[in-house]
Design a protein around this ligand. Structure first.
Ligand code: TRP
Length: 337
């Protein structure tokens, strides 16, 4: 009896050993090769709007360029639809999903990931003010688990464009969301640049998209033009801004190409796809094992002018040739009704 039990145990041991060795040698894999485990990346996007969607496309392109295509990388992608409780829940899901690196697209998404995770590397995608958002203390030497790519708004260039395209504008309304840490610092920077150039700035913060229509109504009665920072709340409901400005017809200067296409007049903007692409490449470095704390935050501040020729025509604005030759010229996009 005793011997038989021993024999069974030994047999089981050798069978298991055989399976183990077999797996090592790839005997049991259908392709005849041992399959290396795929890397796992969790992505949380704050909300859907065309700029963030474009950034995500850039991220995927950047990852692919660094050899993290579909066959090497599993991406668990979640979208929080600008809902704080969803963001919290989804951050938890991404942590529990076994992802080795987390990536947030837009400030509130990264903040939510950082609050939920204590030990996973986190990549910031398109965070305008990483220090103000309390995500890193020293962007040159992040030190901790968070690094990434930041989009800086080219405020000085935007002010120059406002002055050149609409020289009669004296008062500019700054329309932004009170809930986004990324917008506060942009408004302060814009205000400084605008005041230096002799413009007066009237701030109008909105708590959510529900108040947008009314806020634009109030603002149009006080100012000559409206400027919008790189703000997710406004970007996700920009058609409301355009509609509420229908009778006043003020020039709108929003800080993203997609908002210019959706009915803004003009802006100087950071290339969203390239921003995403750089983020994807940095994510690849961390997936390969580099510590986020050793990678300095990368800043995108180079702006390119973009102009909606259709809106310019409606407002009776003649575009100076020197602006026209450098700018990307767009017309109303399909979604801009
Ligand atoms: N920079 C924004 C943030 O920090 C996110 C963002 C990127 C964005 N591109 C945009 C917002 C375009 C509005 C429009 O959250």
């Amino acid at each position: 009896m005793k011997n038989k039990a021993l024999l069974t145990t030994l047999l089981a041991f050798f069978v298991l050993l055989g399976v183990g060795v077999g797996q090592e040698l790839g005997w049991f894999s259908s392709t005849g090769q041992s399959q290396a485990a795929k890397a796992k990346l969790g992505v949380l996007q704050f909300v859907s709007h065309p700029s963030l969607d474009e950034i995500y496309q850039g991220i995927q392109a950047g990852l692919e360029e660094e050899d993290y295509g579909e066959e090497k990388l599993d991406i668990q992608f979640l979208n929080g639809q600008a809902d704080q409780s969803k963001l919290t829940l989804m951050s938890q899901q991404l942590i529990e999903g076994g992802n080795q690196v987390l990536l947030g697209i837009a400030t509130p998404a990264v903040q939510s990931l950082a609050n939920a995770s204590k030990d996973l590397p986190i990549i910031m995608g398109a965070v305008s003010d990483p220090v103000g958002a309390k995500l890193v203390e020293d962007p040159e030497h992040p030190g901790g688990l968070v690094t990434g790519v930041s989009d800086q708004n080219p405020a000085v260039q935007q002010v120059a464009l406002i002055k050149e395209l609409t020289p009669n504008v004296k008062k500019v309304g700054a329309l932004y969301s009170s809930g986004e840490d990324n917008s506060k610092s942009q408004v302060a920077e814009f205000k400084e640049a605008a005041e230096k150039a002799g413009l007066e700035v009237v701030e109008q913060a909105v708590p959510s998209t529900n108040e947008l229509n009314q806020a634009v109504g109030v603002l149009t009665s006080k100012v000559d033009a409206i400027w919008v920072p790189i703000d997710n709340t406004i970007a996700s409901a920009f058609s409301t801004v355009v509609a509420a400005n229908q009778s006043a017809k003020l020039p709108l200067y929003p800080s993203a190409g997609a908002m210019v296409e959706a009915g803004g007049l003009a802006s100087v903007v950071v290339d969203q796809f390239e921003l995403g692409r750089a983020t994807g490449k940095m994510t690849a470095r961390v997936l390969k094992g580099e510590k986020p704390g050793d990678i300095p935050v990368e800043f995108f501040s180079q702006g390119k002018p973009v102009l909606n020729t259709q809106v310019a025509q409606e407002l009776g604005i003649r575009i100076p040739e020197d602006i026209k030759k450098d700018a990307q010229l767009v017309e109303m996009s399909q979604t801009a009704e």
